[in-house]
Design a protein around this ligand. Structure first.
Ligand SMILES: NC(=O)C1=CN([C@@H]2O[C@H](COP(=O)(O)OP(=O)(O)OC[C@H]3O[C@@H](n4cnc5c(N)ncnc54)[C@H](O)[C@@H]3O)[C@@H](O)[C@H]2O)C=CC1
Ligand SMILES: O=C(O)C(=O)COP(=O)(O)O
Length: 629
């Protein structure tokens, strides 16, 4: 079993045509919006651009993380690869619909180890690239640790992700995706089923008849029509419950601080405060996620505020109710009945008082369990996991920014520029107290609200941190790792008068409070400052400190500062040529004729020490630095 796969961040794209002018006119940008299928998940980047403007169909492959000092790249998994070795292993730990399993099988080896123990999960996980769970599997920090960095994605085949340690997932750079829509109706229908069942004592009467009784007087119920139902958590399930309850003739109110008022209005539901909701309702139906805020939200104090004889339905999460408090509230008569699909601990203990209570109707977490919902969820999660494994950014990512495909396609060339700038800037640092403060300035014709820079910031962070650490950084963990390392990244957006079709004109990276091994990279403010732009779809370095240059950020780079004079390019070129080092780009920026100049030389091969020594010995060269991009 190959265990060498690493998180990937992969953008795969083909340029139909690219203009050769330095700033392609707006029309050619449209042909540059070639990244429709650009995909992002994690590192390293592998970008392939077909440069058809050269009419050679030469494939330009930019492997970003391959030449750094402390960071070696093991073969990265690519879903496009056909070799079995690179097939991902997908562990499915709970029953998943067949349609989803079939989809997964097309991509990788699927191991259906249903109801696997936690210990066995920890043993298996280091061979798995993806894990698919429902609510029964606890994906703890231990699981991520045991995965040893191989696990790239956890797919939650359903909505609630309270059984996944999101913080640990993020720290380990593991994407978590869920399937948030396919079981909404099933859960709402189950909520309504429990509501009606409870109001009319269906389960109790059924059990009594099966025990040979005929107790018509004992099981007189209450009517629903005209009663007030408070929906707590007016999200997908909550609003579908509300819609159905309206159909039953109920007066529906809801509490949800984040719910849009127009959705409530459209369904005919009044949004009210928490206290108003719980104190006026005859029935309360819970549809909140389990979070630190909602844990034990229903406790002695909240039950006290409720109307005497209230009835409670919980199809959300057991943990939002303090179960001992609920038992007390039922026994005191404050709560007349409860209907519960979910429990703080699942399955609950055999002697769980709520399960045994005659005023409580229970089901074993069946909210999502309809054939239709399970097939839907299976397909939804399989597609999300497959996308993530292929390197696409998921629309249902739970612990990473969701970048819409159209934004992603626009930003793709700038993503590479961002990482290269970060990588270049960090190599210019020679000392100081470590890198603590980085400022990124985006120059763009677009207003600040029209530019989503999270992806770029993540890649700059990756470029800065990876060469100086052993961490693998991707969109999921970039902000976390930066924070952990005490790295403060601030962003500034400057509106410039240029083509608005281009999302970004230039990106500038400044590192302050550090010394530089190349003094010319220090700008007026005393910080290391470099700037870059995308030209012909390729990242270019356009400024170092106070000097303008124009050199493609590919391969390696030699930066020399010299007194501007004839013959310099020839001298350095000869030294490199003697060592068979191919020069790909050369650019000179100077403060004025015969004054200080910076020569930026792009080289395909890394020059050996002897060549670099000779470059340093050229008398007019005052300082130089060699950077691996
Ligand atoms: N029993 C079962 O089998 C199923 C249970 N569920 C659970 O149902 C719950 C709701 O699921 P969805 O509607 O799909 O999620 P959702 O995310 O669409 O809705 C949750 C709503 O709760 C609101 N909310 C969050 N904190 C709140 C607070 N403190 N007070 C009031 N409202 C708050 C949010 O603003 C959101 O609108 C989740 O806990 C989910 O896990 C969902 C499907 C099946
Ligand atoms: O989607 C949810 O939040 C659910 O609670 C459904 O859970 P399940 O997938 O049936 O274990």
């Amino acid at each position: 079993m190959a265990s060498t796969t690493k998180p990937i961040f992969k953008l795969t794209t083909t340029a139909a045509s690219v203009s050769r002018c330095s700033q392609p006119p707006p029309t050619s940008l449209r042909s540059l919006s070639f990244l429709r299928t650009a995909a992002v998940s994690s590192i390293p980047i592998d970008i392939k651009l077909s440069r058809s403007h050269l009419n050679t169909h030469r494939s330009l492959s930019v492997k970003s993380a391959i030449k750094t000092v402390e960071f070696s790249t093991e073969p990265s998994f690519s879903a496009a690869s056909t070799s079995d070795e690179s097939k991902p292993t997908i562990l499915v730990s709970e029953k998943l619909g067949n349609a989803g399993i079939e989809l997964l099988k097309k991509l990788g080896d699927v191991d259906c180890s249903y109801d696997i123990s936690h210990d066995d999960l920890c043993k298996k996980i280091s061979y798995c690239d993806a894990l698919i769970v429902r609510s029964g599997t606890k994906v703890t920090r231990e699981v991520f640790e045991a995965s040893k960095g191989r696990l790239k994605v956890v797919g939650r085949a359903g909505v609630g992700i309270d059984n996944v340690d999101l913080q640990a997932a993020t720290e380990f750079g593991c994407l978590v995706v869920n399937a948030p829509t396919a079981n909404t109706i099933a859960a709402a229908e189950h909520g309504i089923a429990l509501l009606a069942c409870m109001a009319r004592n269906v389960s109790q009467a059924d059990a009594s008849m099966k025990a040979g009784q005929w107790q018509r007087n004992k099981y007189v119920g209450v009517s629903m029509v005209g009663k007030t139902l408070a929906v707590l958590g007016f999200g997908k399930v909550g609003s579908e419950v509300a819609r159905r309850a309206k159909g039953l003739g109920m007066h529906v109110i809801a509490h949800d601080p984040y719910a849009p008022a127009d959705r409530a209005r459209a369904i005919g539901v009044e949004l009210v405060s928490f206290d108003q909701a719980i104190s006026t309702a005859d029935f309360i139906s819970l549809h909140l996620p389990l979070t630190p805020n909602t844990k034990n939200m229903f406790n002695d104090e909240t039950f006290e505020k409720m109307k005497k004889g209230v009835r409670i339905i919980n199809v959300a999460r057991g943990g939002v109710i303090d179960e001992d408090s609920l038992v007390r509230a039922i026994d005191s008569g404050k709560v007349a009945q409860a209907a519960l699909d979910v429990f703080a601990e699942e399955p609950p203990s055999k002697d769980c008082k709520l399960v045994q209570h005659e005023k409580v109707t229970v089901t074993p977490h069946l909210g999502a369990s309809t054939k239709e919902a399970q097939e839907g969820v299976a397909i939804e999660i399989a597609e999300a996991v497959i996308g993530a494994l292929k390197g696409e950014l998921s629309a249902t990512a739970v612990n990473a920014p969701m970048v819409p495909p159209e934004v992603l396609s626009e930003l793709a060339p700038y993503v590479l520029l961002a990482e290269k700038l970060g990588r270049t800037a960090v190599q210019l640092v020679s000392g100081g107290d470590g890198i603590k403060s980085v400022k990124v300035v985006y120059r763009s014709a677009r207003g600040p609200d029209d530019l989503d820079t999270r992806l770029l910031r993540a890649m700059i962070t990756k470029g800065i941190i990876e060469p100086i650490s052993t961490s693998y950084i991707n969109l999921v963990n970039a902000d976390f790792i930066a924070k952990q390392k005490g790295l403060r990244i601030t962003e500034e957006r400057v509106v410039v008068d240029t083509y608005p079709e281009f999302p970004i004109h230039s990106i500038q990276v400044q590192i302050s409070h550090v010394d530089s091994k190349f003094a010319s990279a220090i700008s007026d403010g005393g910080e290391i400052s470099i700037e870059g732009r995308v030209r012909y779809g390729v990242p270019h370095l356009t400024r170092i400190g106070l000097f303008s240059v124009d050199v493609s950020l590919e391969g390696s780079l030699i930066l020399c500062r010299q007194v501007d004079q004839p013959g310099m390019i020839g001298q350095v070129g000869n030294i490199l040529g003697e060592q068979n080092v191919n020069v790909s780009f050369m650019s000179v920026g100077r403060t004025g004729k015969r004054e200080r100049a910076i020569m930026a030389i792009g080289v395909d091969e890394a020059p050996n020490k002897e060549a670099l020594k000779k470059v340093g010995e050229v008398s007019a060269i005052e300082e130089f630095v060699f950077l691996k991009l």
